[in-house]
Design a protein around this ligand. Structure first.
Ligand SMILES: Cc1cc2nc3c(=O)[nH]c(=O)nc-3n(C[C@H](O)[C@H](O)[C@H](O)COP(=O)(O)O)c2cc1C
Length: 226
């Protein structure tokens, strides 16, 4: 079993999965552990749709891809990525994308392949289980705290999954089409999709799963005041 540090440093996002569904019992264990995530005032602002139903996942993916094909850039509840990218974040974003496309030998100008790789998000990278994490709109009207809580909840899921040999990939790509997801799932009007997490058994032979983008040093991200 990995230590806590091994689980944190050993995790990476996987983007190709074997077609094996996640047993319900394991889903419940992961979600029970993640339920212990701290939140302001113990608000626990997360509401999860844990979906393994193949038809529902296909319908969500079809609807998002159809929207994209109509030329719609997003249909969302929250804006995840910065509206104005500034450095050093812009450079890091570009380096991460270039690293992935270089590994997969996708030419920068090969738009068709790049779009196909993005669409893979909505085919859940071949995984059979996806957790869609919502919050109540009231929690994020004029306040951002619930987003902090739900971000911590995300990491809890990613780490807890590892205990069961389950790999994962968080998805902001679905955030951008949150209203499409809500529409297909017919969620109550008060809910807003924040993100999804693909969970499953990574294909160990898939080249894409060897991708591990580097992190910046502490010098670039921490200010010690001793
Ligand atoms: C909130 C969030 C949204 C993300 N959205 C996507 C996504 O839509 N598609 C994807 O392939 N990866 C997505 N990622 C994965 C990041 O690209 C990845 O975490 C980052 O490059 C660091 O790599 P690692 O997770 O392998 O360590 C997302 C990660 C986070 C935390």
């Amino acid at each position: 079993m990995p230590t806590i540090l091994e689980a944190i440093t050993g995790r990476s996002s996987k983007r190709s999965y074997l077609p094996i569904p996640l047993p319900k019992e394991i889903q419940e264990k992961i979600l029970n552990a993640a339920a212990q995530t701290p939140s302001g005032a113990n608000m626990q602002p997360w509401i999860v749709y844990a979906i393994t139903n193949h038809e529902v996942l296909t319908n969500i993916g079809d609807a998002i891809i159809a929207k994209m094909n109509e030329g719609v850039a997003h249909d969302q509840f929250i804006q995840y990525y910065p509206v104005n990218w500034v450095n050093p974040y812009k450079k890091r974003r570009i380096a991460t994308g270039v690293g992935l496309y270089t590994l997969m030998e996708v030419d920068r100008k090969d738009n068709e392949k790049r779009v196909k790789m993005w669409h893979d998000n909505f085919r859940w990278f071949g995984a059979q289980t996806v957790f869609f994490v919502f919050t109540d709109k009231a929690n994020i009207e004029g306040a951002q705290g619930a987003l902090i809580d739900c971000g911590a909840y995300m990491q809890s899921i990613l780490l807890a999954a590892q205990e069961f040999g389950i790999d994962s990939c968080p998805q902001g790509s679905t955030t951008e089409f949150g209203k499409v997801v809500a529409d297909i799932l017919k969620t109550p009007d008060n809910l807003a999709l924040l993100y999804s997490i693909v969970l499953g058994y990574a294909d160990k032979d898939a080249k894409i799963n060897s991708y591990q983008p580097q992190r910046v040093t502490l010098e670039e991200s921490v200010i010690f005041i001793d």
